[in-house]
Design a protein around this ligand. Structure first.
Ligand code: BGC
Length: 393
């Protein structure tokens, strides 16, 4: 049965242009015309080509519930240290079980070797599909080769798996747009087109081993670049390349110590107006550093994920916004994709040109991020059932 399905799969998988959890209309992500997607194994670069038509919903991809019968899905998450991955893992497990799959969910404590061996165990344990959120996108080659040898389709979850042709699909949020949402928030808050300025700004970006981190940073920087070049925004530390502002493993303590150095060295006599942080774990580090070392006016601080601590800080006025990526939406999309792959039906993708992993362009489904702040968090986070009011007290 499984072998039949896999053979069937290799021969028939196709991807088509669909827009589901988010219409991608705008700032960057390319839409594409329907295209042949790589099958799980003999993966070839997907046709690229973009259109700006925003895509259309074709409603394809109805999956017969019997598809999940006897099927096991391996879900490999990077760490339990950050709230979001616990939520992603829990949502995936819940939804896969509800759809009738057996699930092998593992967290790898941010240790690449551990993630490698967990994935190898999933393969040895008979998983039929692998869903992987990599610690380091480029470090899982061995396990991906093994998946390919065993004809197991691989879905890159949230973070792209790099330098491998064994990646069948990618499901994520529109990473560049996450950055443009942050940059646009800053631009609007400071009214950069009309205000005189100058305003002081610092950047804190993510992990260089995570392919998403560059997209986030570039998205934000591209919005603010013209104001930096004109002198309306001043990066007082002078640190404005991704390499200079990156935070290994997205660690709060590393973001905090870099922020403490910057505050100590450059902000004894002047205020910081903006601290553009790519996500919430790094924003928390900056917020800790400011709380311990800074006496000036509190800056605009951006983030991403709407983690509980950060949402509390938003309510308390210590963080200005966070980009909300509803992990329930991503999990549902990936469960749907899994069913489509296993049944050999059309797999929903809405981008076949943006995410080249160094070897192939991986057909992707991009969900839409939105921003949350103290004004709209109730509607976005509480009314939607993401958090209860008590969790944010
Ligand atoms: C995710 C972010 C997350 C970061 C740190 C990124 O790959 O897209 O949502 O904040 O990793 O875990």
């Amino acid at each position: 049965m499984k072998r039949f399905l896999r053979t069937f799969l290799s021969a028939t998988l196709a991807a088509s242009l669909l827009v589901g959890c988010g219409e991608s209309g705008g700032d960057k992500p390319a839409e594409s015309t329907p295209t042949q997607a790589p099958a799980n194994n003999d993966v070839k670069p997907a046709d690229s080509g973009s259109t700006d038509d925003g895509g259309e919903v074709d409603g394809g991809g109805e999956v017969d519930p019997s598809v999940s019968e006897g099927m096991k899905v391996g879900v490999s998450m990077p760490t339990k240290d950050l709230q979001r991955w616990n939520q992603d893992g829990a949502n995936m497990e819940k939804e896969l079980i509800a759809a009738g799959y057996e699930v092998d969910l593992q967290y790898a404590a941010n240790d690449v070797q551990q993630q490698l061996s967990q994935i190898e165990n999933m393969i040895a344990g008979g998983c039929d599909v692998l869903v992987i959120a990599a610690i380091e996108g480029s470090s899982l080659g061995e396990a991906l080769d093994m998946a390919k040898e065993n004809e197991i389709p691989v879905i890159a979850y949230d973070r792209l798996l790099m330098n491998s042709d064994a990646v069948s699909y990618y499901a994520t949020f529109d990473n560049y747009k996450v950055g443009t949402v942050q940059g646009t928030y800053v631009k609007e808050q400071l009214d950069l087109d009309n205000a005189d300025g100058p305003f002081n700004i610092e950047f804190t970006a993510g992990d260089p081993g995570d392919n998403n981190a560059g997209y986030f940073f570039n998205g934000a920087y591209d919005v603010l670049k013209e104001y930096i070049e004109s002198g309306k925004l001043v990066v007082v530390s002078g640190q404005k390349t991704f390499e200079e502002v990156a935070t290994p493993t997205w660690a709060t303590d590393k973001a905090q110590s870099r922020a403490e150095n910057i505050i100590g060295s450059f902000y004894a006599n002047t205020d910081i107006d903006v601290w553009l942080c790519s996500n919430d774990s790094t924003a928390l580090g900056v917020e800790n550093a400011l709380a311990n070392n800074y006496t000036g006016k509190y800056p605009i601080i951006t983030g991403q994920d709407c983690d509980i601590e950060n949402t509390k800080n938003m309510i308390a006025g210590k963080q200005s916004m966070s980009v909300f990526k509803d992990t329930r939406t991503l999990a549902s999309q990936v469960v749907k994709m899994t069913g489509q792959i296993l049944s050999g039906t059309t797999v929903d993708v809405n981008d076949t040109s943006t995410y080249n992993n160094g070897v192939i362009t991986v057909p992707s489904f991009l969900c839409e991020p939105v921003f949350a702040d103290a004004n709209n968090y109730k509607e976005i986070l509480i009314d939607s059932g993401y958090y209860t009011e008590d969790q944010l007290k």
